[in-house]
Design a protein around this ligand. Structure first.
Ligand code: CTP
Length: 398
């Protein structure tokens, strides 16, 4: 099984070391990263756009206004699993620390929730300047990894700390500090996704607005971290990576029987599917006429998560809840307990905000209460975050 290429961004600041970033780009590509280069406008004085386009094989822009229809800063930020900015000048570091967004790169950084590695390169006097040091401290306190520049001879003829580190050092720091490793290698991950449908007659059904985006994001995130992934997906046209074992289902019954045959051998279950709570008592063989619609009698569906979790041994189970009103935290805690899950992701779907949307906000809870608050992140980032929590739950359970 080959993992999918991992999308990353190489941000390039306006320093002489920009030419060394050409080699960095090549070495990242050698590691199978799919790299989009986002240079700052001033960096083009050192290495031009044509060079980056030729080396990356991708279109390169520096300004937010270059392709407005694509909202590039947001789409780039969402797509990238991690960002490396090399070289970063004192000015670029200052702009990122201040939360400025005056070119495409700083916009992408602001819009992204992915891990970031910054590789500074500048004259030692600028590096050791209190303003730069304070900015670096600010960035580190926000979880951004800032490398120390290397010591040695500088373009100015001076010697000191400020050199661009060796490319191999940057690549290995990037992999260890910003990218999730193959931490699910040897693990089986089962994900349910989409929304089940219960037939009323051959053309009508009871369904829900779930699209399957979050479940597919989870399956692909787990795959990229080395897991053997199965996806039980209801009524979704979304494509999934060919290395994922996919079962397309429609009704709760179909989902339940596939869940039963896959659950025992899995290590992690992510129950992202929106499961219909009820089905018609009878499904008509023929298309009903309007006069038949004065009422539809319903019967409750089984809670398939509660039922499967009663057979649980070592599996870590992550449930999902979507609530619109009331005390949503205690509702989620009751669901966690009633369904025998280890973790639950609660998203607030007031005003239908979540369905079909690329971002999500909510809370991750375990039996002790909220353990993480999630604000406007991409569904891919949420997927990785949930996997991180699920792995640490498994480690705690021993
Ligand atoms: N779930 C399930 N079987 C059901 C209903 C829900 O396995 N019949 C799972 C969902 O996949 C999800 C979790 O339970 O992981 C919570 O789903 P939700 O619809 O919020 O729970 P319900 O028990 O249906 O609660 P509510 O009465 O609020 O709809």
């Amino acid at each position: 099984m080959s993992a999918p290429h991992r999308e990353i961004i190489l941000g390039v600041g306006g320093g002489i070391a920009a030419y060394k970033a050409c080699d960095l780009l090549r070495r990242l590509q050698d590691r199978s990263f799919a790299v989009t280069v986002v240079p700052t406008p001033s960096s083009l004085n050192f290495v031009g756009k044509a060079t980056w386009e030729a080396l990356s094989g991708r279109q390169v822009t520096t300004e937010v206004f270059d392709a407005v229809d694509q909202v590039r800063h947001v789409s780039l930020a969402r797509k990238a699993e991690a960002i490396v900015i090399a070289p970063a000048t004192a000015d670029l570091i200052a702009r990122i620390a201040a939360g400025r967004a005056d070119d495409l790169l700083t916009n992408v950084v602001l819009a992204s929730s992915s891990p970031i590695l910054i590789v500074p390169a500048m004259h030692p006097a600028m590096w050791f300047n209190k303003a730069t040091q304070a900015n670096v401290e600010t960035l580190r306190s926000r979880g951004i990894d800032v490398m120390e520049p290397a010591e040695g001879a500088l373009t100015s003829g001076d010697v000191g700390r400020g050199r661009f580190p060796e490319t191999s050092e940057i690549v290995s720091r990037f992999i260890t500090s910003t990218l999730r490793d193959q931490d699910l290698a040897g693990m089986k991950v089962l994900v349910t996704a989409g929304g089940t449908r219960e037939a009323i007659d051959p053309v009508r059904f009871i369904g829900n607005r779930s699209t399957g985006i979050q479940g597919v994001a989870l399956a692909e995130a787990a795959l990229s971290r080395g897991a053997d992934v199965s996806l039980i997906i209801a009524n979704s046209e979304l494509a999934s990576h060919p290395a994922i074992t996919r079962f397309d289902v429609s009704s709760v019954d179909e989902m339940f029987s596939q869940l039963k045959s896959s659950f025992l051998e899995t290590n992690f279950l992510f129950m992202a599917a929106a499961v219909s709570d009820a089905r018609p008592t009878l499904t008509s063989e023929r298309k009903l006429k309007k006069e038949d619609f004065s009422r539809i009698d319903l019967v409750q569906n089984p809670d398939i998560l509660a039922s499967i979790s009663s057979t649980k041994s070592q599996q870590v189970i992550v449930a999902f809840a979507a609530e619109t009103d009331g005390d949503i935290i205690s509702q989620a805690l009751s669901k966690l307990a009633n369904k025998g899950a280890d973790l639950i992701y609660l998203n607030s779907v007031a005003n239908g905000a979540i369905f079909g949307s690329a971002t999500t906000s909510g809370f991750i809870l375990d039996s002790s209460g909220v353990i993480d608050t999630v604000t406007e992140v991409s569904k891919d980032s949420l997927a990785h975050l949930l996997i991180n929590h699920a792995i640490s739950t498994r480690n705690k359970l021993g």
